[in-house]
Design a protein around this ligand. Structure first.
Ligand code: IMP
Ligand code: MG
Length: 182
């Protein structure tokens, strides 16, 4: 049984993702011209996106990582956000860009933006690969976003179901029986 057999439908091909990530990197390069940029990767889902994205940003960048939990093992947001790993370094006075895999209800990003804003960065923006606008519970509009997708649970390119499928090079929808297996 391979991972690929669990996928019902490929939503975004690897080549389409790569093309979009390059475009986002170019936009960030233009927008932050003459500045240093601090990128904050939200573990673990954004790690694949982040590592591709930074190679398309032609600026002096620093990287830091934050891990939070918003979902348990399932596919529904609990609304409870907890910091599992905080940043290694202060961000005061720096231009900061949060790099996140997906904005769904918006609860995670709202918490993150409020939390990081209180640390007084010079500027704070949000970059997401995917956006599911139909599921929003609190207002949250990413400054950069790759793709808007319909209301379905997706895996691959960093995104998981029960910690699996992060290594798929494309983004796909799982077969219903995968969830029934638990
Ligand atoms: P939010 O707080 O509801 O916006 O959820 C954001 C987090 O939920 C993301 O960082 C993901 O880890 C996770 N998430 C939301 N939708 C999906 C999905 O379709 N597949 C995998 N993870 C998801
Ligand atoms: Mg997850």
């Amino acid at each position: 049984m391979t991972m690929h057999e669990d996928v019902a439908e490929v939503l975004l091909e690897a080549s389409a993702i790569q093309h979009k990530v390059a475009e986002i990197g170019q936009a960030i390069t233009r927008d932050y011209q003459g500045k240093d940029l601090g990128l904050i990767c939200i573990l673990k889902g954004a790690v694949v996106f982040m590592s591709d994205l930074i190679r398309h940003i032609q600026l002096p960048v620093t990287l830091d990582f934050m891990a939070i939990s918003s979902y348990g093992a399932g596919t529904k947001s609990s609304g409870v956000v907890r910091i599992l790993k905080d940043l290694d370094h202060p961000i005061e006075g720096q231009h900061i860009l949060i790099v996140e895999d997906i904005v769904d209800t918006g609860l995670t990003l709202r918490y993150l933006v409020e939390n990081l804003r209180s640390r007084r960065p010079a500027s704070l923006k949000v970059c997401t690969l995917l956006d599911k606008p139909s599921r929003r519970r609190v207002e949250c509009v990413p400054d950069y976003n790759g793709f808007q997708i319909p209301d379905c649970f997706v895996v691959g390119y960093g995104l998981d179901y029960n910690e699996r499928y992060r290594n798929l090079p494309y983004i796909g929808v799982l077969k219903p029986e995968v969830y029934q297996r638990g």
